[in-house]
Design a protein around this ligand. Structure first.
Ligand SMILES: NC(=O)c1ccc[n+]([C@@H]2O[C@H](COP(=O)([O-])OP(=O)(O)OC[C@H]3O[C@@H](n4cnc5c(N)ncnc54)[C@H](O)[C@@H]3O)[C@@H](O)[C@H]2O)c1
Length: 280
């Protein structure tokens, strides 16, 4: 199958990797040549790791890399059967891309988004093919994580859902079908838990390590909620809480003031060197 992935950042290069490793020809499209070079190097490194672990052969890795076509031309996506968008989490940026994709792609092309929080119905609404627009929410790191949340917008057709479910299964992933409500399942359940952990910290119920230890040893979570928040990025956690709060209009989703204060201070987690823990 011919596939195009738009955006070659954290998620885009992982998605492209998984499709290429499974025999698909993939256009990896980004505005930035520099990011494309970095993404190709990342995919090469990650394929190399799989060779070392003897999960794939050196020839398989080479062939997978050869199936990737890095390009800055959006129109390379025109004859793809499936396009997966993984650019910044901004409706304005996604709107622009879906409008253009709708114009340039074959009428049959399915347009998917890897958005973690933007309404698929809203994205589909900027195209003339809302029945062929769907969410494919991969998890980070994509080559390792089995889950794909498959999100149906209001107008997504049954045949689009069936096709994408099969595509995800063929990649060795486990697709879960979710309707288009704020936060889908993953973030609607995860983020309020993180937010509540931040409330516990703010109210002095316990210190960071204690909160994380309770959830790790008591609930068998591989990472505590504060450690996970640092890994995801506190700005992203705050944005998603805002999406839940606005989307449901329910005070139970109000972002914790301490979370907001950390973001205002520039303490964004691992990526800024400091969050609930110090990484410097
Ligand atoms: N990072 C995660 O853990 C994660 C997990 C699940 C879903 N998501 C979602 O995946 C999407 C991508 O996130 P990311 O973390 O990979 O972002 P990122 O910032 O790592 O990468 C985004 C890439 O998109 C490119 N880009 C921006 N505008 C573009 C355009 N108009 N055309 C082509 N390329 C463009 C940028 O140059 C950049 O390389 C977001 O919607 C995010 O919510 C992220």
């Amino acid at each position: 199958m011919k596939v195009s992935v738009i955006g070659c950042g954290t998620m885009g290069n992982g998605i492209a990797h998984v499709f290429a490793q499974n025999g698909h020809e993939v256009n990896l499209i980004d505005l930035s040549r520099e990011n494309l070079d970095r993404a190709m190097a990342t995919v090469e490194k990650n394929l190399g790791r799989l060779v070392k672990k003897e999960k794939i052969s050196e020839d398989d890795a080479k062939a997978a890399l050869g199936r990737l076509n890095p390009t800055t031309e959006l129109k390379a996506a025109a004859d793809s059967e499936l396009v997966i968008e993984a650019v910044f989490e901004s409706f304005e940026v996604k709107k622009e891309i879906f409008t253009q994709l709708d114009e340039i792609c074959d009428p049959e092309t399915i347009l998917a988004s890897n958005t973690s929080s933007i309404s698929l119905t809203k994205i589909a609404g900027v195209t003339n093919r809302a029945d062929q627009v769907i969410g494919m929410h991969f998890m980070n790191p994509v080559p390792m994580m089995k889950l794909v949340e498959v999100i149906c917008g209001q107008a997504t057709s049954e045949s689009t859902l069936e096709r994408i479910t099969q595509v995800a299964k063929d990649l060795g992933k486990v697709p879960v079908t979710v309707q288009d409500y704020p936060g889908f399942i993953s973030n609607r359940v995860l983020m309020p838990m993180i937010n509540e952990a931040v409330y516990c910290l703010m109210e002095g119920v316990a210190e960071e390590e204690a909160i994380d230890t309770v959830m790790k040893l008591g609930m068998a979570h591989p990472m505590g909620p504060l450690q996970l928040a640092d890994f995801i990025g506190l700005d992203i956690c705050l944005d998603i809480m805002e999406v839940l709060y606005d989307g449901f209009g329910d005070s139970k989703y109000r972002p914790c003031p301490l979370l907001r204060r950390m973001v205002d201070a520039g303490y964004l987690g691992r990526k800024s060197g400091r969050g609930f823990y110090d990484y410097s």
